[in-house]
Design a protein around this ligand. Structure first.
Ligand SMILES: C[S@@+](CC[C@H](N)C(=O)[O-])C[C@H]1O[C@@H](n2cnc3c(N)ncnc32)[C@H](O)[C@@H]1O
Length: 289
């Protein structure tokens, strides 16, 4: 087993409380709550090629990071919040007061020129649309109906804090392969793709407006193998299914991660499900638990 060089701890301040500003399908708040001991203690750069709400990034608060996603609107919102947190917060404050069914559909369908308004709308829709879903029609227009949540604004200063955390991050709209191919020895790559299983007949699912096929899962597993061969520390989250396990059989550490999930359509009912983690490195903190 390759030994990891002693590197500087890549954490800004472990006592800083931080969390995502979005709610995202497949978001990993549950992972950081229950399984953060599986992350490496030391690494050089942090790389997250399937960013979504960035639950792991906001947990680790790494000093140097590359954050990417194929969803261009999502990455644009991150960039604008980093640059104009107060302006976005102010608009959300005003949307909070104006929130209604009519306002929701008016703003959802409006043509907005300013990037600040577009980013504030992105966050507004994420907070009050049905189940925090992101879905676009064939013309690329967001088309999720209104949901039941009504909390639009954040606590004072929250977006400014998000902006500070993002200060040194490189944000990219990109397909995962280029991003993973840029990972070097001792970089930590957290890989959280849309979950596709090979037997779901047509071979692809539409996820957050982006198609992710079984061929993409194969392409991803190969990119991961190349990164591991270069000495990157890789953590892959994926479905706990036999065909997926086969894809990652060369990664030496497999963990089955149990979690309670809410059953769709019945917010009171919970069931136990499991997901898989495939790691290229031995999780050092695990033994101490
Ligand atoms: C499971 S979500 C990531 C969730 C994230 N870990 C979190 O905590 O919110 C998967 C993400 O992959 C993005 N995605 C889908 N296809 C992609 C591709 N080919 N390249 C890069 N990102 C892609 C989606 O837009 C989505 O944000």
């Amino acid at each position: 087993m390759r030994k990891v060089k002693r590197l500087q701890m890549n954490v800004v301040n472990p006592t800083t409380l931080s969390e995502p500003f979005l709610k995202w399908a497949g978001g990993k708040r549950w992972l950081v709550r229950g399984y953060s001991h599986l992350f490496p203690m030391e690494f050089e750069r942090y790389i997250e090629p399937f960013l979504g709400s960035g639950a792991v990034f906001f947990h680790l608060l790494p000093l140097q990071s590359i954050l990417a996603d194929k969803n261009a609107e999502l990455i644009a919102a991150y960039r604008v919040i980093r640059r104009y947190p107060d302006e976005v917060a102010k608009l959300l404050e005003s949307y909070h007061g104006r929130h209604s069914c009519r306002f929701y559909y008016d703003i959802r369908d409006a043509d907005l020129e300013s990037e600040i308004e577009q980013a504030a709308r992105f966050v507004y829709l994420n907070r009050v649309c049905w189940n925090g879903l992101y879905r676009v029609n064939l013309k690329g227009k967001f088309n999720v109906p209104i949901g039941t949540k009504t909390q639009v604004k954040f606590q004072t200063g929250f977006l400014r804090q998000v902006s500070t955390h993002l200060k040194h991050a490189k944000l990219m709209t990109s397909d995962f392969e280029t991003v993973i191919d840029g990972a070097r020895c001792n970089d930590f790559v957290y890989v959280d793709p849309p979950y596709t299983v090979s037997h779901n007949n047509n071979g692809f699912i539409k996820y957050n407006g982006v198609l992710f096929s079984w061929a993409d899962q194969l392409r991803l597993a190969n990119a991961v193998k190349r990164a591991v061969a270069r000495g990157a520390l890789v953590f892959v989250s994926n479905a706990d299914h036999a065909p997926v396990k086969k894809l990652y059989r060369e990664l030496p550490f497999y963990r089955k991660l149990g979690r309670a999930s809410i059953l769709a359509g019945d917010s009171g009912a919970r069931r136990q499900t499991s997901e898989a983690a495939f790691l290229s490195y031995q999780p050092t903190l695990e033994d101490e638990l």
